[in-house]
Design a protein around this ligand. Structure first.
Ligand code: GAR
Length: 200
């Protein structure tokens, strides 16, 4: 391994978490890794433009069968000698066949305090709708390792965010991103990369 971990970021949409990672790399919060590749399952995802603006290589892999989809992603990861995979708003579930190849090498950011409002069906705005619907007063974000159980891998970092009177799912989503996701995702990526380098 070189003196930095090679990172691939998997995205599906706007890519504000990808932007937080790019900014963290530029301002030295991420120093043990380098983002080498961004893969989107959606053509035209704004995240791809963010990557291109930062001179990061991009690829689009559209969902076909699970097996073929994952095989194409694995081929790209291998070609680019990727060490660490970050799911940043990646709205596809990866099978055990995929996750078992990369134990403690895949990170995901989820917009709630796991084990609340997580697992299959809890993604994007739905998570915040569920939190407001339940009436919790505190929510937040979690970064965790990815294993075969959706949102079930070991927790790396969490940060709490207070719900305020009059919150809508959109308002809450933005606050959770600003106060929690954009901070703990870069910090977790740096921690994992640093730990990998120190083990090598
Ligand atoms: C983020 O809030 C992320 O935590 C969530 O989708 C949003 C993507 O935004 N991910 C999930 O719900 C995964 N279960 P972004 O594309 O602007 O980073």
């Amino acid at each position: 391994m070189s003196n930095k971990c090679k990172i691939a970021v998997l995205v599906s949409g706007g890519g504000t978490n990808l932007q937080a990672l790019i900014d963290a790399q530029q301002n030295g919060i991420i120093k043990s890794g380098n983002i080498e590749l961004v893969i989107s399952n959606k053509e035209g995802a704004y995240a791809l433009e963010r990557a291109a603006k930062a001179d990061i290589k991009t690829a689009v892999v559209k969902k076909t069968t699970q097996e073929e989809f994952e095989a194409r992603i694995i081929a790209l990861l291998e070609e680019n000698e990727i060490d660490v995979i970050v799911l940043a708003g990646f709205m596809c579930i990866l099978s055990e066949n995929f996750t078992s190849r990369y134990p403690k090498r895949i990170l995901n950011v989820h917009p709630s305090l796991i084990p609340s409002f997580c697992g299959a069906g809890f993604y994007g705005l739905h998570v915040h709708e569920a939190a407001l619907g339940y009436g919790v007063k505190v929510t937040g974000a979690t970064v965790h390792f990815v294993n075969e159980i959706p949102d079930g891998g070991e927790i790396i970092m969490q940060k709490a965010v207070y719900i305020e009177d009059g919150d809508t799912p959109e308002v809450l989503q933005k606050r959770v991103m600003e106060e929690a996701e954009w901070k703990i995702l870069p910090a977790s990526v740096e921690k994992v990369c640093k730990d990998i380098l120190s083990e090598a």
